[in-house]
Design a protein around this ligand. Structure first.
Ligand SMILES: *Cc1c(COP(=O)(O)O)cnc(C)c1O
Length: 401
């Protein structure tokens, strides 16, 4: 499942043997993100998607500043979800005209920063709209707004649903027309719509259907808009495989679907750019989490590899980040890549809780003190999505290699 190569039994991160990389980092545990894999993923996607579709990076998936700076060069824009992320995106050199800001609870101070920066705000409530109108007056600078719509449909088969039904995200589609009428008198610069139906989806057909429905909903709403639609953000939701039996997402049908939508848009919404915003799919497979084995412990016949890393750095690999049933992420002994998987082991962390589990009864090569355990598919929702303060262990390091 992993995209990482190995040589002489050792995993390679963009050409660096893992042990040497660990020495270079100076301590374990750490996350390592592979520039070569990041570039390759963005290039593959660009080659597959129609040229008319803009690709944005949703930096919530991985906000490491050096990585965001690299991504800013590889994609057309950055999507942020807080003023903190906005700052990182601006520092990374992203063009403010191509930054958009979403999130259900934007504080007035954050909205003010966004307007001053000149980024597009995805408005998610009438309250945000009122505050943006006030900020427009105060700064003498029209707020750039897109309306984030909570659609009247769901993205089927998503790990996390973020649209359809009752949601804290966006504005319910049926009340959007009334809200659109307020935009012009308030002096706001309307630019378009944003729809984001869900996350971690591996079914191309479900994604295509959500994109079609999103396009059609936006087209209907555009009749009520005070200005032509210039940006239509169709969301994303592209998933990556984590668990045995999961099939890689097939991009081909999604690209065909987008080509058809882009042709329609050229006629029906001629000023609109279609935008995709992806987090996990762009960065998730390019990252690993590395922890050192402190000891190999046997309890009543069961083997435990106790490592210096765990759920405080990698909540999702422990199964506690939104999963219903715990399953093992792909894990390897990065210092014994050629050895046969003859041991059945559980990989645990140093936290004094049974939740601190990185792999449960997994077949792995026999490993001991000093070996490096690698958790793959760790480039998204890792370090910043984990409770690093829990139990007072050291924070993890992140490197871009
Ligand atoms: C979380 C989020 C994303 C990124 O989702 P991925 O599953 O990582 O691609 C994109 N857009 C919005 C609005 C989000 O909230």
């Amino acid at each position: 499942m992993s995209q990482f190569a190995h040589r002489d039994g050792e995993l390679l991160v963009n050409g660096w043997p893992l042990r040497r990389l660990a020495e270079r980092v100076g301590r374990t545990p750490f996350y390592a993100y592979d520039r070569g894999l990041l570039r390759a993923r963005a290039a593959e996607l660009r080659a597959a998607l129609p040229a008319a579709v803009k690709l944005h990076y949703a930096m919530k998936a991985n906000p490491m500043p050096a990585l965001v700076a690299l991504m800013a060069q590889l994609v057309d824009g950055i999507d942020v979800a807080s003023a903190g992320e906005l700052q990182v995106a601006l520092d990374a050199g992203a063009d403010p005209r191509e930054i958009s800001f979403a999130g259900p609870g934007k504080r007035e101070a954050e909205l003010r920063q966004a307007v001053a920066a000149g980024v597009l705000v995805n408005v998610e409530s009438a309250r945000e709209l009122r505050q943006l109108a006030g900020i427009t007056q105060a700064l003498g600078l029209p707020a750039r707004v897109a309306v984030r719509v909570n659609p009247d449909f769901e993205l089927k088969g998503s790990g996390m649903r973020m649209g359809g039904g009752a949601k804290p995200f966006g504005i319910d589609a049926e009340v959007v027309p009334a809200l659109l009428r307020e935009l012009r008198p308030e002096g706001l610069a309307f630019e378009g719509f944003h729809l984001f139906a869900g996350s971690q989806n591996l079914k191309a057909e479900a994604i295509c259907e959500a994109q079609r429905l999103s396009y059609e909903l936006a087209l209907r709403l555009a009749e009520h808009a005070p200005a032509p639609v210039r940006s239509l953000n169709l969301g994303g939701g592209f998933g990556i495989p984590y668990f045995p039996g999961e099939q890689r997402l097939d991009i081909g049908p999604i690209a065909d679907n987008l080509r058809a939508l882009a042709e329609r848009a050229a006629r029906e919404l001629p000023q609109a750019a279609l935008v995709l915003e992806l987090g996990r799919y762009l960065v998730g497979e390019a990252g690993i989490y590395v922890a050192r084995v402190l000891e190999r412990k046997v309890s009543r016949g069961q083997v435990f590899l106790v490592t210096d890393g765990g759920l405080h750095h990698h909540l999702s690999a422990s199964g506690n980040f939104g999963q219903v049933l715990r399953k093992n992420y792909p894990v390897a002994i990065g210092t014994r890549m050629d050895a046969p998987a003859t041991d059945s082991v559980s990989v645990v962390g140093p936290l004094c809780t049974p939740l601190d589990l990185l792999a449960e009864r997994m077949a792995l090569p026999e490993a001991g003190e000093g070996d490096l355990v690698v958790v793959f598919q760790s480039g998204a929702y890792g370090a910043t999505a984990s409770p690093q303060g829990f139990l007072g262990h050291p924070e993890c390091v992140e490197v871009l290699v």
